[in-house]
Design a protein around this ligand. Structure first.
Ligand SMILES: *Cc1c(COP(=O)(O)O)cnc(C)c1O
Length: 392
């Protein structure tokens, strides 16, 4: 990889182009103009990599695209208005009516809906498989399979897929592999180096990192990204604003510091609570009793700052008491910002599908932000002590 400091602080930033300003300008213009017909002709031919119209190319967004591609060790990237848009564009870009997709079980909920409810209406079928065993990919393979969609690990229960083995399987059968790499951030897992074709992120999470922008990223080879650019991406028009791109560039300045701190805090808290009597299990890729720990250590350089705690007890009461007792965690969905968050599965208990959910009702997902790790540990411990009183 290019030196990480170079990517975060220099790549894509041609300061001669904008008065040598240290921070890049927010090029808040929808449109770009030309002096002659001939120049306009050239502009039209280069919409992919030069200013013509901001739905296609914007100079502030271009700085961000270059940094993200380098971070994922890919040729190029596209940024989208959300992580879900990135997933939708990547999937539709490689599928047509009559095709079949193999997707891992328990992907992000809107990825599941995209495949199961939206693409199914357009004649695309999906098999959702347990991706922890490579033989399940072979079993699900059909003549019309085109795409394999991975999320390793997923962001609730953290099951993983062997990325090298899946990439080999896809190469053998001429399939496109797509991974949602949001959990690991571009720093802790490099799918492109293991042979995965397309990498998507919800950059709302770690990449932006400040809980103030919703955004998605697609990374891949020049051929794939160009193809997505001129069809699905330009047609759907799901772009981010120059201002949001600028916020993301600013967020990236501290990516290494933020993601590293969050990871260290999660490790510290895991060690501090794993033997607490109210804890039934902790779903964390680097947990010592994770049956997939060897794989985790092989394909992830570190484990990011989020895990799920399953509380003991027959009901979800202890999980509810635990969540209400936390003082230094905000109770919310999402993750990847500066602030620590708790997401109790029992918050879904009024949903009609709750009793059939694949998630344990007494599970709470914990995201560790940038606060003092000792403060967070003391808080989790006191909330677990409180929950213990309700374990039945
Ligand atoms: C949040 C999330 C998404 C969706 O991203 P948005 O930016 O909210 O659209 C997709 N995948 C994972 C793993 C996520 O956590």
């Amino acid at each position: 990889m290019e030196n990480l400091s170079h990517i975060l602080f220099q790549a894509g930033e041609n300061r001669e182009d904008y008065f040598m300003s240290v921070a890049p300008p927010i090029m808040q213009s929808s449109n770009f103009c030309f002096n002659t017909v001939d120049q306009m002709r050239d502009g039209l031919a280069r919409e992919y990599d030069a200013p013509f119209y901001t739905r296609g190319y914007n100079p502030t967004v271009a700085i961000l695209r270059e940094k993200l591609a380098l971070l994922e060790e890919c040729d190029d990237s596209l940024v989208c208005s959300s992580g879900s848009a990135a997933v939708a564009i990547a999937l539709t870009g490689f599928l047509k009516a009559g095709d079949h997709v193999i997707c891992v079980q328990k992907p992000y909920s809107w990825t599941y809906k995209m495949l199961n409810e939206l693409l199914s209406r357009f004649g695309v079928e999906t098999s959702f498989i347990d991706g922890t065993n490579i033989s399940n990919f072979n079993e699900a393979l059909r003549e019309n399979t085109r795409v394999v969609f991975l999320e390793s690990p997923n962001s609730m229960t953290f099951e993983m897929q062997d990325l090298r083995a899946v990439a080999e399987f896809c190469a053998k059968h001429n399939l496109i592999s797509i991974i949602d790499n949001s959990y690991s951030s571009p720093l802790f897992q490099k799918p492109a180096l293991m042979g995965i074709d397309i990498i998507v992120h919800s950059s709302t999470k770690f990449i932006n990192g400040h809980s103030d922008v919703v955004c998605g990223v697609i990374c891949g080879s020049k051929i794939h990204i160009r193809q997505l650019f001129s069809h699905e991406w330009m047609t759907l028009g799901s772009i981010i604003s120059p201002h949001d791109a600028w916020l993301m560039i600013r967020g990236l300045r501290t990516l290494e510091l933020r993601v590293g701190r969050s990871a260290s805090t999660a490790e510290f808290i895991y060690k501090g609570i794993k033997n607490h009597p109210a804890v039934a299990a902790i779903y964390y890729p680097f947990a010592e009793n994770n049956p997939q720990i060897e794989l985790a250590r092989r394909q992830m350089s570190r484990c990011a700052g989020m895990f799920s705690i399953v509380l003991k007890g027959k009901s979800f009461k202890p999980a509810e008491v635990f969540s209400n007792a936390l003082k230094n965690f905000l109770m919310a969905a999402s993750w990847g910002g500066y602030e620590s968050l708790a997401f109790p599965v029992c918050a879904f208990s009024k949903m009609p599908w709750f009793s059939d959910s694949v998630l344990p009702p007494n599970m709470v997902r914990m995201y560790f932000g940038l606060e003092d790790p000792e403060l967070l540990l003391a808080d989790v411990n006191q909330a677990l002590d409180e929950a213990l009183k309700y374990v039945d």
